[in-house]
Design a protein around this ligand. Structure first.
Ligand code: PLP
Length: 457
């Protein structure tokens, strides 16, 4: 949330734009007069120069580049609202194709009736999936005459914040399995210790936000099948494939993580990550339409025609769906495979280079994900927060953070190696890291008493 600056009269100090603007331009209220479009463009453009350079941003999983043809399609579809299905039927037809392409990539079973929708990202997709599972759980409990006041969700501490957001916003108990100092994923034993008849779903990760590792998905699936057979609890398994959904199918097609696992009832993916479209695009797919209770789907008729809608918001840009369609056609399966492999190879080169310095221990899954996560070999010699700050001065955006509870003693650096991050960039980054290390810029700061000041937040 941002503070509404009700009292500030601060003015823009325009640089080049000042050549065209002859009146003061306030920063926190709408100016009384407009200005020439070129001047407005320059003013905004100049302000954005203060942002980091997306090409050097290794913090984010999100795609920061599009081909000129994709940009052209984005500009052409700027004014089309995705919700207006009746007015833009071809956009809706493309939406349906994109959902099918994603569902089939995840082995949606043809003997059932899989359904899905594009969302604004994985957060909305996860909320929609969890709301569906909560409602299904409630309906089942009501039919059995059982109480419905204590729903819970079983997840690991390795989940993205959007999972906890769901539990707080929608009043569901979060049963979170903590991490261990040397184990950062969710196991079947973690789930077994927490699951019960009030569990609306279990969330498993194909690529955790923290280390890019994969939860023990096949074991958890087996556990949930056994629980169903022995105790009659129907606990749906949801796979959060935000980052892994467009990697594993290409890099490890034999890995069982998707609808091939019988307990998996829904999957989300962030198309704006390794689906290679710019921000604003996710997908949720349900194994069968019975996983999405009818009462959650709204039928809207006031825009013309009958428009079934399952979303948290209403209006949204259609360009992201169009761009995903473009990218699927443009790259094809082989194109995704080639790009995923190139990213993993570059991540490998970066990992090897970091390990050669002798200063780091690698924590990530080297086989599956182009995400490099390292901690200090000796935290008394290297403070990853200091190193992150030093690299920021060179323009690199590489976050340092403590792992979640109960592994919060472990501080890491995370580098997402995206398509834009070439082997050349790997070498440049390694040069900079080596230089900063030998200049002592990663050394822990000492407090006035000589103790090591660790930054654990
Ligand atoms: C595992 C995981 N789940 C969910 C999300 C949220 O995704 P989005 O930004 O698409 O809402 C992220 C974001 O990084 C993630 O890594």
């Amino acid at each position: 949330m941002h503070k509404v600056k009700t009292k500030s009269d601060a003015l823009h100090a325009a640089s080049y734009a000042a050549r065209w603007v002859d009146h003061p331009v306030p920063k926190f209220r709408i100016p009384s007069e407009g200005m020439d479009p070129d001047a407005a463009y320059l003013l905004v453009h100049d302000e954005l120069n203060l942002d980091g350079n997306p090409a050097l941003n290794l913090a984010s999983f999100v795609t920061s580049w599009a081909e000129p043809q994709a940009e052209r399609l984005a500009a052409e579809t700027l004014g089309k609202n995705m919700i207006d299905q009746d007015e833009y039927p071809q956009t809706e037809a493309i939406h349906e194709r994109v959902v099918s392409m994603v569902g089939r990539l995840f082995h949606a079973p043809p003997e059932e009736t899989p359904v899905g929708t594009a969302t604004i990202g994985s957060s909305e997709a996860i909320m929609l999936a969890m709301l569906a599972h909560r409602t299904s759980w409630r309906n089942r409990r009501k039919a059995e005459g059982k109480p419905i006041d204590r729903p819970n969700l079983v997840i690991g501490a390795d989940v993205h914040t959007c999972w906890e957001k769901f539990t707080r916003y929608f009043d569901v108990e979060a049963r979170i399995a903590p991490m261990k100092p040397d184990d950062y994923t969710l196991s079947a034993a973690d789930v077994e210790a927490r699951v019960d008849e009030n569990t609306i779903a279990v969330g498993g990760l194909l690529g955790t936000t923290f280390t890019g590792q994969i939860d023990d998905l096949a074991d958890i699936d087996e556990l949930l099948q056994r629980i169903r057979a022995e105790r009659g609890w129907h606990v749906p398994f949801h796979i959060d494939a935000a980052s892994g959904g467009f990697l594993a199918p290409f890099t490890r097609p034999e890995l069982l993580w998707d609808f091939r696992l019988p307990s998996v009832r829904s999957i989300n993916v962030s198309n704006h990550k390794f689906g290679l479209v710019p921000p604003g695009m996710g997908t949720v797919v349900f194994r069968d339409k019975s996983d999405l209770p009818d009462e959650l789907v709204f039928h809207i008729d006031y825009l013309g025609g009958d428009m079934p809608n399952y979303s948290l918001n209403f209006s949204r840009p259609s360009s992201s769906v169009i761009l995903q369609y473009y990218t699927f056609l443009r790259l094809g399966y082989r194109g995704y495979e080639r790009i995923a492999q190139a990213m993993i190879d570059n991540a490998e080169a970066l990992t090897d280079g970091l390990l050669r310095t002798g200063a780091f221990i690698a924590l990530h899954d080297r086989e599956s994900f182009p995400v490099v996560v390292v901690r200090a070999q000796d935290p008394d010699e290297l403070d990853v927060f200091q190193l992150s700050d030093a690299l920021r001065r060179r323009g690199w955006i590489i976050p340092a953070y403590p792992m979640p509870p109960d592994a919060q003693e472990v501080n890491v650096l995370r580098m997402v190696v995206k398509e834009s991050f070439s082997r050349d960039m790997v070498d440049l980054l390694l040069d900079d890291i080596t230089r900063e290390l030998s200049n002592g810029n990663g050394r822990p700061r000492t407090d006035p008493h000589g103790d090591v000041a660790r930054k654990i937040c």
